[in-house]
Design a protein around this ligand. Structure first.
Ligand SMILES: Cc1cc2nc3c(=O)[nH]c(=O)nc-3n(C[C@H](O)[C@H](O)[C@H](O)COP(=O)(O)OP(=O)(O)OC[C@H]3O[C@@H](n4cnc5c(N)ncnc54)[C@H](O)[C@@H]3O)c2cc1C
Length: 382
């Protein structure tokens, strides 16, 4: 497929990153799935190879390149190699957490954290969701009360990706509870702060190599120097950054569907029933033709959004459209691919079964399909 948004530099980068994934991830994927977490040294290896913080300043070890297409390539290659879940910790670090550090750190914070963020010794997470609220971010109940030169943080977060591995957690907390969304601030909580505890690594339907945890904060004293940006601006910072998070999920949804399509195409050519390849039945041909067609449309829209983000023009509505449509497509298409595998599709040893389990959550996290449609619908003046 012709993808004109990519230039020679991007293709060279894709080749190098593909090799990294093949060498440093594919051989360990099964172990990480069993352990329920990737090894920390994956981040260090990615840092040493220049794959963390591509868009952070060079003087702090970043790549100094403001071009989302490089991030997009990384996201795609995880999925196309079948290690999307293991790669999602790096994706979360690079594309969801680091933009907050890049946009809102002051000079002192940059010097303190960025070298670790780019060399892989500091792994990040973002904690917005709570046991009592996810979609309705303005209703979070975690509080941070100013006391002298620190904030006293109390509350609980749940479903936090990189929750076990993370060293720095961006925590959304109310600094002015009566102001609802206008009273939320972002604080950086560090691994060893007193009163900060992690719950268990949550057992999920799929995505086993991604650590997902509950986090608890009991009178954690977070120094004022760990406030990200300005007090009470946290909600606006999250709204500003969420389109990139959503596009990231959409990229993974399309690449994950492409991978499922590729392996299914091989399967239906090889598997025979009634004396012919199962792919030659009209129903199989039509299903595969439909997915192939929708993939073309999906890639075109993703690439359009990626270019818009690179140029600083991606709107919240476009990101919401990309997120809901591609993730619903992913669920539908992978379900059809599994069906074409027959009984083998339901067996753990066949990769399609893992893609089916792992893909289910894509329409939930990062903002549910329903919330995405709300964003799109409101923009229509409805
Ligand atoms: C594997 C995994 C990883 C995650 N990682 C993170 C993370 O790293 N950091 C983080 O902060 N969070 C994370 N989350 C949380 C995730 O973002 C939330 O689960 C999600 O935003 C939905 O919130 P909720 O679960 O509270 O559902 P709810 O908000 O309770 O929603 C329940 C249902 O109601 C619907 N609904 C809610 N409001 C409306 C409305 N206005 N109109 C129509 N329907 C509505 C929803 O669409 C959904 O179907 C993760 C979740 C999972 C499962």
């Amino acid at each position: 497929m012709d993808r004109p948004i990519f230039e020679e530099d991007h293709e060279l980068f894709r080749g190098t990153f593909k090799q990294f994934v093949e060498k440093e991830m594919v051989p360990y994927n099964e172990i990480w799935e069993e352990n329920g977490i990737v090894d920390r040294d994956l981040f260090q290896k990615a840092g040493e190879s220049g794959f963390l913080g591509i868009d952070l300043p060079e003087k702090f070890g970043g790549g100094g390149i403001n071009d989302y297409r490089f991030n997009q390539i990384m996201g795609e290659e995880f999925d196309l190699a079948g290690v999307a879940t293991a790669g999602s910790g790096i994706g979360l670090h690079n594309d969801i957490c680091l933009p907050y550090f890049k946009e809102y750190c002051n000079e002192e914070q940059m010097e303190r954290w960025m070298p670790g963020l780019t060399n892989g010794s500091l792994i990040t997470a973002i904690a917005m969701s709570e046991p009592g609220t996810g979609s309705d971010l303005a209703s979070i109940s975690t509080t941070a009360v100013k006391d002298g030169e620190s904030y006293v943080l109390n509350g609980a977060k749940t479903f936090i990706s990189n929750g076990i591995n993370s060293d720095l957690v961006i925590v959304a907390a109310k600094t002015q509870p009566e102001a609802r969304h206008r009273g939320i601030s972002l604080l950086i909580v560090e691994r060893d702060m007193e009163g900060f505890e992690r719950g268990r690594n949550l057992e999920k339907v799929g995505r086993h190599s991604q650590d997902t945890a509950e986090l608890f904060f009991t009178d954690v004293r977070v120094p004022s120097e760990n406030l990200l940006g300005e007090e009470n601006q946290g909600f606006y910072y999250m709204m500003f950054n969420l389109p990139q998070e959503r596009l990231n999920i959409a990229v993974s949804a399309v690449a994950g569907t492409q991978y499922a399509f590729n392996i299914t195409l091989d399967y239906v050519k090889e598997r025979h029933a009634f004396g012919q390849p199962v792919g030659s039945f009209q129903n199989s041909r039509f299903k595969m033709a439909e997915i192939a067609t929708e993939l073309e449309f999906a890639w075109a829209f993703i690439d359009k959004c990626s270019l818009a983000l690179t140029q600083g023009e991606l709107t919240a509505e476009e990101a919401a459209m990309a997120k809901w449509w591609t993730t619903e497509f992913q669920k539908r298409a992978i379900d059809e691919c599994l069906q074409l595998h027959g009984g083998y599709g339901y067996m753990d040893e066949y990769p399609i079964s893992r893609l089916w389990r792992d893909g289910r959550v894509q329409s939930i996290y990062g903002g549910t399909t329903e919330i995405m449609k709300e964003i799109v619908g409101r923009n229509l003046g409805l």
